[in-house]
Design a protein around this ligand. Structure first.
Ligand code: AP5
Ligand code: MG
Length: 212
């Protein structure tokens, strides 16, 4: 089973991918996490990437596609693609890559969230630098230690209200055409993301039961 999980910034792609990975024993590939890991490595490539994603822009398609292909080739597991494809060129490249590797996309799931919810959700997000857990910080809860592993929590540099606004603009211009691309293929399904994480997960599992 290979799943493309789509959705605007903050829609819950990472949250749902973590649950899907554990339940269905899939490999979770978040291209955002792949890029952040390259930045954390301190490489020259990472420095170049930081200059792009910290501003909320997309890294060039060719770079993203070649980074992704190496990760896909290294696993035999089914894959959850989180945050990829983000342009029609990436969707076409993914189709070609899956064909070459004799694999196919089982379902494209769009987690649909009203944009009025996005800034609030992202303002309350912290991510663990050690285990990668995505957390929703509520008033009165510690905002610096991961409750899962005790690691340090951080706020992503692209999570300021201004950057989120820009990321939403980029999503409209570059990523929404990917929705039309997949709607034509017939494997596209929308889920209401404005529900509890548990209910969103239940809806996704129900979709997967039908297509598996
Ligand atoms: P990426 O890291 O993919 O960011 P994004 O798409 O903007 O999405 P987010 O990670 O912000 O949100 P999410 O949907 O994962 O939500 P989450 O589960 O965390 O990409 C970052 C950047 O990298 C891009 O801007 C670009 O520069 C670059 N990039 C990445 N991929 C690329 C590509 N393919 N090509 C080119 N460039 C690329 O949840 C958010 C918050 O909400 C959390 O606090 C969570 O706890 C909470 N939450 C989740 N679900 C619920 C719920 N149901 N109810 C209430 N709260 C919830
Ligand atoms: Mg994410």
């Amino acid at each position: 089973m290979n799943i493309v999980l789509m959705g605007c910034p903050g829609a819950g792609k990472g949250t749902q991918s973590a649950k899907l990975q554990d339940t269905f024993h899939l490999k979770h590939i978040s291209t955002g996490d792949v890029l952040r890991a390259e930045i954390a490595s301190g490489s020259d490539l990472g420095k170049r990437i930081a200059g792009i994603i910290d501003k909320g822009n997309l890294v060039p398609d060719e770079l993203m596609i070649s980074m992704l292909e190496n990760i896909v080739k290294a696993t035999d597991k089914g894959i959850i693609f989180d945050g990829f494809p983000r342009t029609v060129a990436q969707a076409e490249a993914l189709d070609a890559m899956m064909k070459r590797l004799e694999r196919s996309i089982t379902a494209v799931i769009m987690i649909d969230l009203p944009e009025s919810e996005v800034v609030n959700r992202i303002a309350s997000r912290r991510q663990c630098g050690k285990c990668g857990a995505i957390l929703h910080i509520t008033p009165g809860t510690p905002a610096n230690k991961c409750p899962v592993c005790g690691g340090e929590l951080y706020t992503r540099p692209d999570d300021t209200p201004e950057r989120v606004k820009h990321r939403l603009e980029v999503y409209h211009t570059d990523t929404l055409p990917v929705k039309t691309y997949y709607q034509r293929s017939g494997s596209y399904v929308e889920i209401n993301g404005d529900q509890t994480p548990e209910k969103v997960f239940e809806d996704i599992v129900n979709v997967l039961k039908k297509v598996k």
